[in-house]
Design a protein around this ligand. Structure first.
Ligand SMILES: Cc1cc2nc3c(=O)[nH]c(=O)nc-3n(C[C@H](O)[C@H](O)[C@H](O)COP(=O)(O)OP(=O)(O)OC[C@H]3O[C@@H](n4cnc5c(N)ncnc54)[C@H](O)[C@@H]3O)c2cc1C
Length: 161
């Protein structure tokens, strides 16, 4: 299958790695408008359950990630000058920059054609030349907005009562 991916955040990169791992004959091109090293640097947190899913889907990515993690299992709740510690909550965290770096490395070693510092061509152009176009262009996705009639996103926002 010939696949076009718009956006090189965690979603686009991980999708590319999984598809290539499932079938190396897929021809995948990913466009990311920013340079490989451009990112905002907050931490990303994963529960043990999420990590189990990542490990099942791609053990190589899970192994890369495990080398960068900070881990904890206790959560302290501070309330009115008291601290309550609740154990048994398995979590791990790493910086977004490190997460993107290892996903970039994985997609490149699997043979994905990653084009940094390049805006993706318009969807209308991509859909004539690809079997699948993935909109991984973030929470403010321009593609999702443009095709809102098809995606029909449903978001019910209500105030607290
Ligand atoms: C302060 C903060 C803290 C967060 N903490 C967590 C956390 O702890 N755990 C967690 O799971 N999530 C966290 N998130 C959410 C997390 O950032 C998102 O879930 C994640 O980045 C979504 O990945 P994505 O690939 O879908 O989108 P993005 O990371 O937004 O990537 C989209 C990419 O598409 C590119 N792009 C867009 N349009 C085009 C185009 N036309 N051509 C080429 N490239 C394009 C953008 O440059 C961008 O790199 C946090 C978010 C914020 C703001």
């Amino acid at each position: 299958m010939k696949i076009a991916i718009v956006g090189g955040g965690p979603g686009g990169l991980y999708f590319a790695a999984l598809m290539k791992q499932l079938d190396p004959s897929h021809r995948i091109t990913l466009w990311e408008r920013n340079a490989a090293s451009d990112t905002y640097g907050f931490g990303v947190v994963f529960s043990d359950e999420t990590l189990g899913g990542i490990g099942n889907a791609d053990p190589v990515v899970a192994d890369y990630m495990s080398r960068h993690f900070a881990r904890w299992s206790d959560i302290d709740i501070h309330f009115r000058n008291q601290v309550r510690t609740i154990g048994g909550q398995g979590f791990a965290a790493m910086s977004r920059r490190e997460l993107l770096e290892l996903l970039q490395r994985r997609t490149l070693e699997l043979g994905v054609d990653v084009r940094f510092s390049t805006m993706a061509p318009p969807v209308e152009e991509l859909q004539t030349s690809h079997d699948l176009v993935l909109a991984a262009d973030g929470v403010n996705s321009q593609i999702r907005t443009k095709y809102a009639d098809s995606f029909k996103p449903s978001l019910d926002v209500r105030g607290n009562k």
